[in-house]
Design a protein around this ligand. Sequence first.
Ligand code: SF4
Ligand code: SF4
Length: 139
Amino acid sequence: MKDKDYIVIVQCHIVKERCSGYNCESAFHERTGGFAGYPKDKAYRMLSMTCGGCCGQAVHRKLSNLIRRIKKTEAVTKDRIIVHLSSCITKDNFHAPPCPHLDYLKSLIAKLGLDVCEDTFIDEKSEKRRKEGLYRAND
Ligand code: SF4
Ligand code: SF4
């Protein structure tokens, strides 16, 4: 994580039809949830994109485009980039169950030679519900 300075957040396309992504952005800004390990005093670039819809195959095309473009224009190499899969992809949550294609998404990203990790915004109430096994989507 310490060698990374370009963060890509991949979010669920379906969820993003009604979510602005604000909580992901805020979690990154505040360095909470999945971003708690990043120092606040280091400058990062951050880009968010959706998976493009089920089954998530567009992630490969979108990230591939990013890798090419950013290398050509700014000489930023893959080893400086890290991909975060948003919590609405990785966890049962208010909007929906976790993505059924999670492993596939990870394999597409790994195939591109990018590091990937799970989670962005972690809601305390939802985390409690998940731990207690009480979670039901949309309640
Ligand atoms: S993790 Fe939350 S804020 Fe981020 S895209 Fe998913 S639902 Fe929206
Ligand atoms: S592939 Fe997963 S993350 Fe993408 S739209 Fe479908 S459920 Fe959401």
